[in-house]
Each structure stands twice: as structure tokens, then as C-alpha cells.
Design a protein around this ligand. Sequence first.
Ligand SMILES: *[C@@H]1O[C@H](CO)[C@@H](O)[C@H](O)[C@H]1NC(C)=O
Ligand SMILES: *[C@@H]1O[C@H](CO)[C@@H](O)[C@H](O)[C@H]1NC(C)=O
Ligand SMILES: *[C@@H]1O[C@H](CO)[C@@H](O)[C@H](O)[C@H]1NC(C)=O
Ligand SMILES: *[C@@H]1O[C@H](CO)[C@@H](O)[C@H](O)[C@H]1NC(C)=O
Length: 284
Amino acid sequence: MSNPAVSNKEEKPEEQQKENQSSWKDFLYNPRTGEFVGRTASSWALIFLFYVVFYGFLAGMFTLTMWVMLQTLDDHTPKYRDRVSSPGLVIRPKSMDITFNRSDPLNYRQYVQHLESFLKPYNDTAQEQNELCVHGQYTEQDSSVEKKACPFNSSLLGQCSGQDDPSFGYAEGKPCVLVKMNRIIGLMPTGEPFINCTSKRDDAVPMQFFPSDGMIDKMYFPYYGKKAHKNYVQPLVAVKLLLTREDYGKELSLECKLHGTDLKNNDERDKFLGRVTFRVKVTE
Ligand SMILES: *[C@@H]1O[C@H](CO)[C@@H](O)[C@H](O)[C@H]1NC(C)=O
Ligand SMILES: *[C@@H]1O[C@H](CO)[C@@H](O)[C@H](O)[C@H]1NC(C)=O
Ligand SMILES: *[C@@H]1O[C@H](CO)[C@@H](O)[C@H](O)[C@H]1NC(C)=O
Ligand SMILES: *[C@@H]1O[C@H](CO)[C@@H](O)[C@H](O)[C@H]1NC(C)=O
């Protein structure tokens, strides 16, 4: 009894395997019904067509909404921005620690080179292409597509222009530092904006400002953005620190602030809004 049962059991899996194999083959391609993976060619074609139409429709929807969105954008002004915010102040040379030996030109060369390259666009000959503007008045030009830029000649920076003194005061130990406001599109500072700097020390460090009193002319505002306002140059204020021998070897902490206008210069969270602090140490 047990023998046939065993042989039966042994036979069955083989048969099943064969059956499985043929049904697997049939599943891939069934020559009787002409089905391929369970579907006829026309059924597959319909499915394929459905997906082509479906994804085509999605792509069309996407393109259409993108196009509608882009129609609402203006090339020249950003669509979304905060209330015109307050600009940060930055200095050139770009360093929070200006330390150098005034007797060693190699030592302060990096600062001088930095100032030279930064002032290239301000070169008087480069600025000749810019049209004159009215001093003390905003240069509003909302209606024109190509905005004119007001000239800022580097000669306005006097002893800090690099013209008469190619070392920008570094060789004599009275270094120049340039202060500028970050560009903000549409910003129109009220009042009479100017930059003043103070040393965080009891006795004040004497300083000289260029243009005089550190004034920032309102004619350089508003700025219309990189694309529309091609030749725009940011107005600058140069500060010449009139250090003496007694100051050498000491680390001086200085703060420059934007005054005379409604822009922030005392924000607790952002200590670069309308102000900038840096350290200077001159040796000889
Ligand atoms: C500054 O440079 C001069 C000339 O190279 C050198 O004699 C002097 O020791 C340097 N001073 C300091 C504080 O490094
Ligand atoms: C402006 O640049 C030219 C050429 O680079 C140079 O010859 C000229 O001295 C510069 N002018 C000023 C005022 O820096
Ligand atoms: C800038 O310099 C050029 C060339 O020296 C001069 O023609 C122009 O009047 C100056 N512009 C200003 C605003 O000083
Ligand atoms: C700049 O700051 C110094 C030091 O606090 C002050 O004596 C001077 O009056 C200020 N200048 C202006 C124009 O406010």
C-alpha cells in the first residue's frame, strides 16, 4: 500500500512542474489565444495609448500653468519680496580683522589689491558712460525699460581713491576702509543718509570721511535690479583712520552706522542691519 502511494506522490510534483512550466509559457505568450502576458496585442495597445494620452494631458496641464505663472512675472522686479527692508552694511577690504605691518608692503598688499579691484568699476573713465543725475534727489525711472545709472567717480573718495596714494593710506599707517550698503531693489532712504563711525574706546579715533561727512547721495536710489540697471554702481563712503604712533600695536574696535534716515541701524537680532563692526590693528 505504501509503495504506490509514494510513487504517486513522486509523480505528482513532476507533472505539476510540467504543467506549471507550460502555463508559465502560456502566460508569457499563448499561441492559442494570441495573448501576451495575459492580454491581447490590441488590449496592450489600448493601455499604451491610454497612458500616452494621460501623461500627455498631465504635461500639457503643467506647461499651461507654468506659462500662466510666468506671464504674471516681470523681468525687472521680483514678484515676491518683504516690505522693502533695511540694508546691511559691509566693508572693503572684506575682512573683520584688518591687521597689517605698515612698514612691510607685502604684508598689506592683499588689502590694497582688494581695494584696487573693488574700485575698478568706479574708475572715472569707466563712469564717463553714466549720465549725470540731480544731486539730492531720487532717480526714479519706473517708466523706462533701460534704467540709467548715476556716476560715482572714484575721485569722490579723495585720499581713499587710490589715485594720489596708491597704498590707500596703508603705507603711512592711516588706512582707508570703504563702507557700502547692500543693494536692495526699490529702496528709497528718506532724509539725508550718512555714515558715521565710532571707536569703542574712550578717546575717539580721529577719522576723515569721503565724500565729506560720509554723505550718501539720494540720486543713487532706487536701484532697479541687475537686469534693468546694468551700469549701476553702489554709492560708497570711505573712512580714513587717522591713527598715530600711539595707536600702533593696539587692537581698535570700530563701528560704522547708517544715520539720518529711516533705515534700521539698531536691530537686536541682526547686527549688520545698517551697521558694521570691525577691528583694526596696525604695527610698524
Ligand atoms: C614690520 O616690518 C618691518 C619691516 O619688514 C620689521 O622690521 C618689523 O619687525 C615688523 N613689525 C612687526 C611687529 O612684525
Ligand atoms: C582708470 O583706468 C585706466 C585704465 O585701467 C587707468 O589708466 C586710469 O588711470 C584709471 N583712472 C583712475 C582715475 O583711476
Ligand atoms: C567723473 O570723471 C569724469 C572724467 O574725469 C568727468 O568727466 C565727470 O564729470 C566726473 N563725474 C562726476 C560726477 O564727478
Ligand atoms: C559721528 O560720531 C562722533 C562720535 O560719536 C560724533 O562726535 C560726531 O558728532 C558724529 N558725527 C555726526 C555727523 O553725527
